[in-house]
Each structure stands twice: as C-alpha cells, then as structure tokens.
Design a protein around this ligand. Structure first.
Ligand code: ADP
Ligand code: MG
Ligand code: MG
Length: 883
C-alpha cells in the first residue's frame, strides 16, 4: 500500500480529487503544486494509514517509517537541505487534515526539527538570531501543547511575566538574548511539569507529532464535532508534513489569510488580513491588529496601517494573480493561507470559503454571469435552509447587543416590541397600533391570535418543535423558545433575568436566528428579495419539476406565500379559522350541542364566516389550486376551559353552566390524537362536513364571478383509514355540490381526495384511490402513527435517542425515508395503479425540509406544500433535486 504522497517543485503524486485519501488540505496542496504555484514541498500520510493505526492497536504500518524517510529525502533534495542536519537545516510543519475541515483536531506544529544545536544553525543560516530564537520558543510552546499535553497558557503566563519585567507590549520587541532567556524558562518549565527534558531528537519530534495527529482523531473534541456534523469515524485524518517557510524573518516577511471574494457580502474583491514579521496563526489569534491586504479595503476600513499592496507590491501582485487563478481553477470562492519570506510569496492552503447566505447568493449569481459555472451549478451552490435567514429582518451586525438571556433559535428573524404576557393583551395593543413581543412560559393553540398579533414570540420552556416554535415558523414570526434562565410571573406581570426585572410595556428584542434576547430596541436591516435572490429563484423555477404550494389559511399568509412564489394552497386547515374572536363561541356552541338540530343552528352561524374566508383565499389564489381540509382536530381543542369561558358559552346557548360543564367532561378523551377526530367527526356529525362543503362551493362560485379565473377547490378528507369512510363523506360533499350548482346555476369543478396519514391508508391506497382524486401525504401524522410516537411527547426522549445514536435525526423534522418514506412510496405506487392521473402531494412540515423534498422528487410527487416562509426554500430544494 502507498501510505505517503509527495508534493513539491511543480509536481505532486496526489490531486484535488484525492480528498478522501489525502484530506482536504493535502489534496489541495498537491493540486496547487501541480498548477506550478509556489508551495513549500512536503508529503501527506494518508487517511488510510490513520485507519490502519486504529485497526491495529495504534501501531504504524510496517513500511511507513521508510516511506516517511524517503519522502523527507525528496523534500531535502528539492530544498537543498536535510532534516536533522545542522549544516543544511530543514525544518517542517506537521499539519492535520481530514476530508472536511474539522475544528477539534490537533493544532499545527511549526518549526519542527529545532533543538539547542539546530537553533544556532538557523540563526547563522538566516543571519538573524532574533528570528531563530523566536522560532524555537514558538516551537517549544506548540509542541509541548499539542504533543506533550502541556497547556500553552503555562508558557503564555511566563511570557507575560517577562513582558511585564521588560516593559514590553509586543512579542516583536524581544531581542535575541531576551528570547534565549525565555527559552531557558520554557525548557525548565517542561522538565518541571513533565519530569523529562524537552525532546531534542528531530526524528523523535517528528514521530511524536505524527502520532499526536492520529491520536487527535479520537480526542473528545473531535468525537463531539463529528457527532454534531454527521462525520463518520471511518474517514480518519491525514497528516501533512511540509518544509517550513518563515513569515517571522523580519520586516520583509509576513503571514496572512484571504478570501477571493468578501465572505459576508459576496462582493467580488480580494478580502483578507496579514501581519508583518509573524508566523502561523498570529493573524487570527489577535496578538496584534492585522493589516488589510488591498489599498481599497484599507481605505474602506479607515485604517492607517499600510496595506500589503503598498508595503510589498511585488508579493501582492503575485498573490492577486494566484488567487484569481485558484478561483478560476476551483470555480468557487477560495479561502487562502499564505506566507511571505523575505519578499517571496508561498501558498500554504486553499479551500472553498465559508460564506453567509447573502454572499452565497451573490457569488453563485455572479459566477454564473461570468460564465465560470452553469446556472444549474449556481442553483446547487446555495444551501436552501440558509435562505430562511434572508427572508426576515435581521439585527444590524454593527449594532450593540445587550444580551439578557439566550434560548433556542426557534424561528429566524429579529423583532422588537413591548412585553406582553397574554394573547389578549397582544391583540389589544396591536389594535392600538403598538408592536409587542408575546412572552409566555409556553404557548398552546389558544395563543394563535396573540401570536398573530405580536412581532415575535419568546417562551421560557419548550424546544425547537414546541408549539410556539412550530407555529411561529409557520407564521414566519421570529421566535426564541426555551429561554430557561428567564422567569415569567404572569400574576406579577414580570420577567426576571439576572437580577433585572422587566415589566409589561418594557421593550425587548429577540433574535430568532441565534436565540438571543436583548434589552431595548436594536437597529435592523430589512430583507432584500430582488437582485441575486430573484435571479437564482428564477433559474430554480426553470429547473424544477415539482410544484410548490403553501400551507395557509389566513389571507395574510396566502398573500405572503404568493409573493414568495407559491403555486396554490396545498393545505388550508379550516379549524384554524375557528379560533378567532366570536367564532370560537359559535364553534363551542356547535361542539357542545346535544342534538343535530342545535348543531345545525350553530353551524348556520359559522357558514357565512367560513364562506367569506374562502372567498378571500380564492381571490388571492385566483387561477391556482386550493386544497381545503375538512375539520380535523380532536374537538377538545375547542372546548371552553376556564369558568369564564364556560359562562360565556352557556349564556350564548341559553343553558346552565353546570350542564355545559358536564357536557365538556363527557367529551374528554384519553388519547385525543387517536380519538374522535379527522373524518371520524364527519362520519358522526355529517352536518359539519356539509356546512364546510357548502361554504367552499358557494365561495368558489362567488370568487369565480369576481376574478374571472375560478379556482378548482380540492376538498380533502383527513385521517381516512377505510375506503368506506371516504365513500361516506364524499357522498355528502357531492350532494352539497349538486345543490349549490342547482341553486346558483353555475357549474363547479372540484376534486375530492384524502390525506394519507395512517399506515392502513397507505397500504390500502389502491382501494382508497377508487374514490380519491388526489392524495396528500400528511407526514406529521403519518410519522406519529407509523412510529407510534406522539409528537407532543417526543421531546423528552428523542433527544436521548439522538445522543445515543439510535436515531440520527428527529423524524418530525426530516422525513424518515426508510420507514415513513416507504409507506409514502407504496401509497404513491398503489394510488397510481388504480388511478394513473391521481395528483400526489405532501403537506406535512416535511414539505419545507430540503432532504425530505429530495425524497419527494425521487418518488415522483406532483407538489410539495409548506409554510409561506419556506416556499423559497422548497422552490430551490425542488430544483436541486431535479437537476
Ligand atoms: P488549520 O487547519 O488550523 O488552518 P494549518 O495546518 O493550516 O492549520 O496551519 C495553520 C497555519 O500555520 C497556516 O495558516 C500557516 O500560516 C502556518 N503554517 C503551516 N505550515 C507551514 C509551513 N510549512 N510554513 C510556514 N507556515 C506554515
Ligand atoms: Mg489552515
Ligand atoms: Mg393530520
């Protein structure tokens, strides 16, 4: 087996496509060499060697030592030096490098090969003793820290003491003899702490460092990082050993980092920083204030420290040429590391640069414009989930933040408003034209109106899938959930944190993108949806096959979704229309009625309200399909709970509060999610379905007259498990359709279909398709019923499952392709077998999740439906899965 790959002098044994074997850093060093760029020669020990190391009780492959020796000789031949030879000193760096860049791995060791003898050789060779001792003290610190396990703070303390004694501010003020004193102190410290001298043998140093890189693959930090980012242990890490070049050889030397485009705005201009007379990570470590690379950036930053362009124009020009070349070659924005040794530029790393969502859009759109990448590639360069950040106002990055608590980033965007503690207060203040933040311990379906009325929602309990989080994301409102350090006292009307007490009316700001809660109001930036965003979305629309609809029931949501590009409504949850204002009272009357006659009386009050809702929705969605789901939730969700509510309904119904209380108790269910809900309601009380159907058809006629382009309503029967359930409800709907057509003399086109949200329905889909003209996969309930897990109770154990590696992802967030997905696939196939033209869609939360959308494409669904703010995400994800 070939364990070692060399690079240097315009050639390399590896290339950028060998990332799996050589790690990202090694593969790109090899590629840069082959491109003829100035890269110090070196070699990469493969990830396979790392895996061998662990498979064999932490031993090295037999031939590795000889291979390393040979590769070192090659480096020596190129540089005219020899490792360990004081006459022709060769020093190296030892750098780890996994496939994906991974914080938590071993830090780089620089200047390896120095000892008490070779340091003198380095001084003579460079004609600069200060430089040589500076390099040695750095080496002792790095090596002791990452290989010998002696914290670098120990050395930093010693250095600070010396600085204090000498009255120095900066490391660069030390003279050669003063560094010699520091080195003595360091070495004594190592002996004192470890009971043995700092290793002097260069080969021992080298193998110590190689072993430390391999060992670091299994350190605690690395394991945690891998788990959080789904990186398999089997990847292993490579080790790069590379000849040193020195940025700390005085005023003509420097080290720096740069991006080929601005990583926060995407603007096409070289963007980076450097330090004169410095080494390695000094730039990012904040030891001194770094300087700008270009004059333009220096002027923009108002800095009075000279740019690289001004200071070392020759090296700068070479660097500009190389960075352009690398961007062209990799066809992506690059993140570069370089060092200048006595005026000569050396490249030490290149990789695709991390960037903000905004920058990603700009870079992809501009690169497609430049002809560097195709439009399809541009689409695929954007992480769909990252779009979410762009659709909401955000806190100005320059703003001061006074953080009073941190919770979960439950729904993105930032919002400012006065504190209110109840949904009624929220509504009241909103109607007085004030902006509020609804602060609750947790929220429930009864808070919907308050959530609507507020700018943002803050809860002290609950996770990312809590009621507040899910509903807020659906509404596109910023939400911070589970801010456990806050104490809410409803009775006192206070919010207490870190000794501060906030009261109703005090202004706070929440940042749903990072979970922060801030005191007062903070300057915001408004979203920018034209320009690059619009261009990329247009390309995505041209590339995708699946349609994208929205889940919406309010006019505001429907309008918003249409402006985000929704192509119809995939799920209108009619029950949400019954929570507001007077409606809840009429709804309660209907539910609590003893007889069909009383129910019909209450339903008659609801009919006009429901009809006017639909007219408005149909007008907004003119010409597009609208799927309306009949009443679905367990009735108990509508029941009056407080004595006050009971009294109110009792008065409206003209019955005693006692009687009403009894009736409420009779409706109690042990397991409401599996209880009297969905089509079971329509079977027990067909008059409810009839009222809803009538409202839909009458609205369709009226909206058709107004807009001239009628919608085709798609009436959806929820929670069907048996064909006969659907048959029964469909017959009622058809009957109402006939009546309305007769009464109005207008012909109505409509479809009746069902949700597939029970395993039985999926398995019997070929039979159900005889009556159903469309299927919409309700994957929230289908996940609950397939797993037998109630979503509302899942938070307490799913996280444990994840930590213990039993599940990888919350199946309520990303579709469980193997199980729930299999049922979707079966139902799609069976449905099509019976009715080839059957329309298939998905309307669960998964409809806005990119991974789930890829699955939907793979089984050939016709559309996905998601909450308004996820529509752009779905458009992009659908395009990515189609190209
Ligand atoms: P990381 O993966 O944390 O970026 P690197 O292996 O890239 O670590 O090393 C960090 C820094 O060390 C580099 O940016 C570079 O400045 C410096 N460095 C690494 N190898 C050499 C070398 N052979 N010569 C000079 N500097 C080096
Ligand atoms: Mg690096
Ligand atoms: Mg459902």
């Amino acid at each position: 087996t070939k364990w070692v790959y060399s690079f240097g002098d315009g050639a390399a044994e590896g290339r950028s496509s060998d990332r799996d074997l050589l790690g990202g850093k090694g593969a790109n060093l090899a590629e840069m060499c082959s491109l003829g760029l100035p890269v110090p020669p070196g070699f990469t020990i493969t990830t396979a060697a790392c895996n061998w190391f662990y498979a064999n009780g932490r031993a090295y492959p037999a031939t590795l030592e000889a291979d390393v020796r040979a590769a070192l000789d090659t480096v020596g031949a190129i540089t005219g030096r020899r490792f360990g030879d004081p006459e022709k000193l060769l020093l190296v760096s030892v750098r780890s490098g996994a496939r994906a860049s991974m914080p938590g791995m071993m830090d780089t060791v620089l200047n390896l090969g120095l000892n008490d003898v070779t340091v003198e050789a380095l001084a003579a060779d460079a004609g600069d003793a200060r430089f040589a001792y500076d390099s040695y003290r750095r080496f002792i610190t790095m090596y002791s820290d990452v290989v010998l396990g002696l914290d670098h703070e120990v050395f930093e303390e010693l250095l600070e003491d010396e600085k204090g004694r000498l009255g120095y501010e900066l490391d660069t003020e030390f003279t050669a003899p003063q560094w010699q004193d520091v080195i003595k102190l360091y070495k004594a410290k190592v002996e004192e702490e470890l009971g043995r001298a700092f290793p002097q043998d260069p080969h021992e140093q080298l193998w110590g460092a190689i072993g430390a890189v391999f060992q670091s693959w299994m350190n605690h930090r690395a394991i945690t990082y891998r788990r959080l980012h789904d990186i398999p242990e089997s990847w292993g890490t490579a080790v790069n050993v590379q000849a040193m070049v020195f940025g700390n050889m005085g005023e003509t030397s420097a080290t720096g980092v740069a991006f080929t485009r601005n990583p926060s705005t995407g603007e096409k201009m070289l963007y980076g920083e450097f330090l004169v007379n410095a080494q390695g990570e000094d730039v990012v470590a904040g030891i001194r204030t770094p300087q700008n690379i270009t004059e333009a950036a220096r002027i923009a930053a108002g800095s009075d420290k000279p740019s690289l362009q001004k200071l070392m124009p020759e090296a700068f020009n070479t660097f500009v040429a190389i960075s352009n070349r690398l961007e062209q070659h990799y066809r992506d924005m690059q993140d570069l590391e370089f060092t200048i040794e006595r005026g000569k530029l050396w490249m030490l790393q290149t990789r695709s640069g991390k960037r903000t969502a905004k920058a990603a859009l700009k870079i992809a759109a501009e690169m497609a414009g430049e002809g560097l990448i195709s439009k399809e590639e541009a689409i695929c360069r954007i992480d769909p989930s990252a779009l979410d950040q762009l659709l909401h106002p955000t806190i100005d990055p320059k703003a001061q933040r006074e953080v009073i608590a941190v919770g979960l980033p439950a729904s993105p965007g930032a919002a400012t408003g006065e504190i209110v503690f109840s949904s009624d207060e929220a509504e009241e203040l909103k109607s007085a034209g004030r902006k509020v933040i609804l602060v609750r311990i947790e929220t429930s379906p009864e808070d919907i109106h308050g959530m609507h009325a507020s700018e943002g929602i803050l809860t002290t309990r609950g996770g990312m899938t809590s009621h507040a989080a899910v509903v807020a994301r659906g509404m596109g409102k910023p939400c911070v959930s589970g801010a456990g350090s806050l104490r809410v006292d409803y009775r006192a009307g206070t919010l207490i944190t870190m000794g501060h007490t906030f009261r109703k009316g005090d202004v706070i700001t929440i940042d749903g993108s990072n979970g922060q809660v801030l005191k007062g109001s903070v300057p915001m930036l408004q979203p920018e949806l034209s320009g690059d965003f619009a261009a990329i979305m247009e390309w995505a629309d041209a590339a995708r096959r699946m349609k994208v609809r929205t889940n919406a029931e309010t006019p505001a949501d429907a309008r918003m979704a249409r402006s985000f590009g929704a192509e119809g409504i995939g799920l209108c949850r009619t029950e949400h229309m019954f929570f507001d204002g007077d409606r809840i009272v009429a709804m309660r009357e209907m539910i609590l009625a003893d007889t069909e006659k009383d129910r019909r009386t209450a339903l008659a009050k609801l009919l006009p309200m429901q009809r006017s809702d639909f007219i408005e929705l149909f007008e907004i969605m003119a010409g597009l399909p609208v799927t309306i789901r009949l009443l679905d939730p367990p009735l108990h969700e509508f029941l009056p709970k407080t004595e006050e509510e009971i009294a109110e309904v009792a008065a409206a119904m003209n019955v005693s509060a006692d009687k009403l209380r009894q009736r409420t108790e009779a409706l109690h269910e042990f397991n409401p999610m599996l209880g009297h809900r969905g089509c079971r309601l329509a079977v027990s009380y067909p008059e409810i379905a009839e009222m809803q159907a009538r409202a839909i058809f009458e609205a369709a006629v009226e909206a058709g007259k107004k807009t001239g382009s009628p919608v085709v309503p798609e009436i959806m029967v929820p929670l069907v498990g048996l064909m006969k359930e659907l048959d029964y409800v469909k017959a009622r709907i058809d009957q109402v359709a006939q009546s309305v057509m007769r009464e109005t003399g207008v012909n109505i086109d409509y479809l009746v279909g069902t949700m597939i949200e029970l395993p039985r329905a999926a398995i019997r889909a070929h039979v159900i398709a005889e009556a159903a003209e469309f299927f919409s996969f309700g994957t929230n309930d289908l996940t609950q019923t397939t797993f037998g897990i109630s979503r509302d109770d899942a938070a307490s154990f799913l996280e444990t499952y994840r930590q213990k590696g039993i599940i990888e992802q919350d199946p309520f967030v990303s579709l469980d392709v193997d199980g729930v997905g299999e049922l979707v696939k079966i139902a799609a196939e069976k449905g099509r077998a019976t009715r080839p033209e059957i329309k298939l869609g998905i309307c669960g939360e998964h409809g806005g999740d990119p991974a789930s959308i890829h699955f939907c494409e793979s089984v050939g669904l016709d559309y996905v439906s998601c909450s308004p703010f996820r529509v752009p995400i779905a458009r992009l994800a659908a395009a990515q899965s189609a190209v």
